[in-house]
Ligand binder design. Structure first.
Ligand code: ATP
Length: 316
């Protein structure tokens, strides 16, 4: 058997087209219903078998740790625990992360890196794992990791790890806006939400009812019809209720997108990235230029991204 020694993988970011918090879970996480969408803004991950019993991670981005707290490292450590014979025989990995996605941005950058490492080690060790098996491993690392593996458009329930694929939306674009030096802590956002809105959380049977309502509701219909205008009107994120009042810059991005006129605008995940939907590359570029004209702050980063049909992709 001739095993490859290294792989290069694309690890795309995601946005949330829909995020509703339904209630509490016994494990301390929240019961969610979300629509997740991959975009073509991606990190590049190089993963190389090093023939030693060690794992190394390197990333040039100042906010990304180069030690065992890196989610990519944790993914490799999980694989070495799950497949100790392969680890003993074939050795660990050197991982290099070329960071293109913003960090702490509500775009699952770290989760996507971890997903790429699972896929990369599956290939390096010739394990032949199925998507389902990779996603089960991913769920042990973080709620967004399973989605990042297969990517595309998906309905996510549970704490985000239960996935149903939805029809692809390759006709749409998202303009992303984020202040470079602004981050929002995901645990803070959920904790604050629980403090403010915990009283209205749904219980057992009501949870299932609400899931069915969303499943049969207008957002799913708009996606099935690939109706960008309708999707834009139906964008939703409960976490805006706690993040917007606390972070005026996020509110400002949202309001500025609204003034420009887009298919719709929303914060992604726990923020602080805000996105606006567009139905063509030209419209997206126009929105980006208008944003730049209205907010001259050099701390503001803007990207034009296209909706992607897939998650982790091997590039060489
Ligand atoms: P999510 O949408 O899942 O909440 P996020 O985009 O808000 O994710 P990340 O970019 O994944 O957040 O990073 C959150 C924190 O995790 C950062 O503060 C960073 O220090 C840490 N981290 C660990 N590993 C990574 C990684 N590989 N890439 C980015 N951040 C990482």
């Amino acid at each position: 058997m001739n095993l490859m020694r290294s792989y290069s993988l694309l690890a795309p970011a995601k946005i949330n087209l829909y995020l509703e918090i339904l209630g509490d879970r016994p494990d301390g996480f929240h019961e969610l219903i979300m629509v997740l969408q991959s975009v073509d803004l991606a990190d590049q991950i190089e993963i190389c078998a090093n023939g030693t019993q060690t794992i190394h991670v390197r990333c040039d981005h100042p906010q990304v740790p180069g030690d065992s707290s890196n989610l990519a490292y944790r993914a490799a450590a999980l694989m070495s625990q799950q497949f100790p014979d392969h680890f003993a025989r074939l050795g660990g990995v050197d991982i290099y992360i070329n960071k293109q996605t913003p960090v702490g941005a509500g775009m699952a950058g770290g989760s996507s890196n971890a997903a790429a490492v699972l896929v990369g080690i599956d290939l390096l060790w010739n394990l032949g794992l199925t998507y389902d098996e990779l996603q089960d491993l991913g769920a042990q690392l973080g709620s967004d990791v399973p989605f990042c593996i297969a990517g595309g458009t998906a309905l996510a329930t549970g704490r985000g790890e239960k996935l149903d694929a939805l029809p692809g939306l390759d006709n749409l674009y998202a303009v992303l806006a984020k202040y470079r030096t602004l981050s929002v802590s995901t645990p803070w956002a959920y904790k604050t939400y629980r403090q403010k809105f915990g009283d209205s959380y749904l219980k057992e049977t009501a949870l299932d009812q609400r899931r069915q309502q969303v499943h049969a509701g207008p957002m799913m219909a708009a996606i099935a019809h690939r109706d960008g205008a309708q999707i834009g009107k139906l964008l939703y994120n409960d976490l805006e209720k706690v993040v917007l009042p606390e972070y005026p810059q996020v509110l400002q991005l949202r309001e500025t997108f609204q003034q420009i006129g887009t298919l719709g605008t929303m914060m992604s995940g726990s923020g602080p990235t805000v996105f606006a939907l567009a139905e063509s590359q030209a419209q997206a570029e126009h929105i980006k230029q208008e944003m730049r004209a209205k907010i001259s702050d050099p701390d503001l980063d803007l990207w034009v991204t296209r909706f992607r049909q897939a998650g982790i992709q091997v590039i060489e």
